[in-house]
Design a protein. Structure first.
Length: 700
């Protein structure tokens, strides 16, 4: 099924839905909504998660929403962004990114090519996302070794799992001045005890992003010098149709969705990416009773492809066609013990065709058995998880041109095994102590084994290692939480030691345009000419250590239960605070690992009174001087201020939220330490400058 959503179509739909919602005669009590429970890394749905987790939904997600997933989640404790300009970024959690961070949709795999290269975007949009759950640390074993750094689960309810009573939804409109972005989204849901239907659509259209300095641009469409990031425009749209049928002991549902985007890659002035991802999902649950209280299954197919254009000419084409099957069975309580056992199967066929195909065609198959058990006690809970996998990775070379022989051809098989223990102790009514210990093994990815070619995003010739072994790690996380009314605080300290941590390392060699090693000068009529060459980087396994601490909390300054007591009618004033620190080292050489976030601290004053709320805050980034001696750049300290204002009102049966958000209030020039652009495209890729976003959300 193909979705074609133009700017005018989505805008008209949003306006029509807002208008119609003003007269909707629906009891708010029957408006469909997702249950506010955390499910990622906790399939039993316990109220308190043992592993450290953050959940974004409703107004906090609305005010955080950006065009990319990484920037939406940036500045959560322990979470940074890989920032490849305003159009492509993935979350970096506790210093780890790429294939050590698992991105899921509704608990299922959502393959793309974003972990392969920093300039490849994640094909999701917060405009049609209900909730985002971020699990930090290597505790979500049911999602595999690629979750050693953490899990990001996007929940959109495209396959409704609970009956919906009546009709409802939401509509969004927004405009951001920094990139002249116009955005709109619609989510509609309705049903009864037997049937449920979900429809959503969105559109984003943005020009080049404003920055605090003038930058030169060689793009023929916008040549010259301007206070804009050259070639950073973006246009994205998508949508979904899904539904479920409910019966006495479960449900069966399906959805089809599409995402497409055309955006500029900021490392090159005249290169853009045309991306499309189509996804098909079949999901169901059966509650047979007896020993297994519920059996849940999910089957999905993802067809991802994108083309890199040089001007109007099509260049390298990337594709990833993948299937994912997942089966989970929850057993009845055995005394204080309850849990889930499951099986998952993932298969993917990757291809890259063109001059910048630095990895071969490949096929990856993964089969896994896993379990998660919890033991409830009067003082808290204990948890245990285990997973065993069989992974096969096969290189198919370059079938389009047999003369391309630089890629190794063959197959590697791995048997990763992982286990984790966790504990949550209720020290007192207001205090909780948590601890998680995990041993994790990860099989190397196809590009880590077989890459051999030029990679523009990293400005390097990347070389894989066919003989790489499994990546192994042991991680410990200890957390302390306190909550008293609207006052709360939590802190987590962690340490993870890796054996055979797989990463890119400079070899000291150069590669010519044809891949020749250390090309020498060529003699011509004008003398000696040195051909263009790039540095060679190879995937290697080293010993590494990650340590860090992250903390966040809230203090009610003014309010009925605040330090300065006022009546509830007078409103409330909170101080929200956050901070984190991570250190990552190659313990074989003593050098820091690249793209690690510096120490960060931030705070926000949040005021609420009746329908009004306002925020004023900052995030301070320390200077990052702990960088490798080659292939990295130090960054200076900076502070970004931000502010927001919202007003909520009721019109008939609809709830309207008007909001304004001001980012980088001081128009500060800053560079991200976690972005590859800081080293490869400096100074042409700073963080965005001042931008005002105004918007309206109508929920009904």
């Amino acid at each position: 099924m193909t979705f074609l959503f133009g700017r005018s179509a989505v805008g008209a739909a949003v306006l029509c839905l807002i208008a119609s919602s003003l007269h909707a005669q629906i009891d708010p009590a029957t408006t469909p909504s997702l249950q506010e429970i955390t499910v990622t890394g906790n399939p039993l749905g316990s109220a308190d998660a043992i592993a450290p987790i953050d959940v974004l939904q409703n107004e906090p997600l609305l005010l955080r929403s950006r065009a990319t997933l990484g920037e939406t989640l940036n500045n959560l404790p322990g979470v940074a962004s890989s920032y490849f300009g305003p159009n492509a970024s993935r979350p970096s959690i506790r210093g780890q990114d790429g294939d050590r961070i698992r991105i899921l949709q509704n608990g299922g795999a959502a393959p793309d090519a974003s972990a392969l290269s920093f300039d490849h975007a994640v094909p999701v949009d917060a405009l049609v996302t209900e909730r985002i759950e971020v699990l930090r640390g290597p505790s979500a074993l049911q999602y595999g070794g690629s979750a050693v750094g953490g899990v990001v689960n996007l929940i959109d309810n495209r396959v409704p799992s609970e009956p919906l009573q009546g009709f409802g939804g939401r509509a969004d409109l927004g405009y951001a001045s920094g990139s002249r972005e116009k955005s709109g989204g619609v989510v509609l849901e309705g049903g009864n005890d037997r049937y449920a239907l979900h429809v959503d659509a969105f559109n984003r259209d943005a020009s080049d992003t404003r920055v605090p300095i003038e930058l030169a641009c060689e793009n023929p469409k916008r040549p010259g010098v301007a206070r804009r990031i050259c070639n950073s425009a973006n246009q994205a749209q998508g949508g979904a149709l899904g539904g479920s049928v409910f019966f006495d002991r479960g449900f069966l549902g399906a959805s089809v969705s599409s995402y497409s985007s055309d955006y500029g890659t900021v490392a090159e002035p005249d290169v853009s990416i045309g991306m499309r991802s189509d996804r098909y999902v079949l999901e169901g649950e059966f509650r047979p009773g007896g020993f297994f209280s519920s059996i849940r299954t999910k089957l999905s197919r993802t067809d991802y492809r994108h083309t890199e254009f040089e001007g109007q000419q099509a260049g390298t084409r990337f594709a990833n066609k993948a299937n994912d099957f997942r089966l989970e069975a929850r057993h009845a309580k055995l005394g204080p013990l309850e849990g889930v056992v499951g099986f998952s199967s993932e298969s993917g066929n990757f291809s890259a065709d063109g001059e910048e195909a630095f990895a071969p065609h490949s096929r990856t198959r993964t089969r896994a058995l896993f379990l998660h058990e919890e033991w409830a006690a009067p003082w808290g809970r204990l948890s245990f998880g285990a997973r065993t996998e069989r992974v096969s990775v096969r290189s198919l070379g370059y079938p389009l041109d047999p003369e391309v022989t630089r890629f190794a051809i063959g197959e590697r098989r791995f048997d990763p095994h992982s286990a984790a223990f966790g504990a949550l102790v209720d020290l007192a009514p207001e205090w909780q102590l948590s601890a998680n210990l995990a041993y994790t093994e990860r099989a190397p990815k196809d590009y880590e084994l077989f890459a051999n070619g030029p990679h523009v995003a990293t400005a390097a010739w990347e070389v894989g290692d066919f003989d790489l072994q499994k990546e192994k790690s042991i991680g410990l996380d200890v957390g302390l939480q306190w909550k008293s009314g609207n006052h709360r605080a939590k802190v987590n300290a962690y340490a993870t030691r890796f054996k055979n941590y797989i990463g890119l390392a400079a070899t000291g060699n150069l590669r010519g345009e044809e891949g020749e090693l250390n090309p020498g000068p060529v003699e011509s009529d004008d003398g000696l000419v040195f051909p263009d060459a790039v540095a060679e980087y190879a995937y290697r396994g080293v010993r590494a250590r990650f340590t860090g601490i992250e903390a966040s909390g809230n203090v009610r300054l003014v309010g009925s239960d605040g330090w300065l007591r006022r009546s509830a009618d007078a409103g409330a004033l909170d101080l929200e605070w956050r901070g984190d620190l991570v250190r990552a080292k190659n313990t074989e050489t003593g050098e820091p690992l690249p793209r690690i976030s510096p120490a960060r601290a931030g705070a926000t004053l949040a005021w609420r009174s009746g329908p009004w709320s306002a925020q004023l805050g900052f995030d301070h980034y320390a200077a990052q001087r702990r960088v490798p001696t080659t292939g990295a750049r130090e960054t200076d300290a900076f502070t970004l201020w931000n502010a927001a204002l919202t007003y909520r009102m009721k019109v008939e049966r609809a709830s309207l939220t008007w909001y304004a958000r001001l980012d980088n209030l001081g128009d500060k020039l800053a560079y991200s330490a976690t972005s590859i652009l800081t080293s490869t495209a400096y100074p042409n890729a700073p963080l965005p400058g001042r931008s005002l976003k105004v918007g309206l959300r109508a929920s009904f």
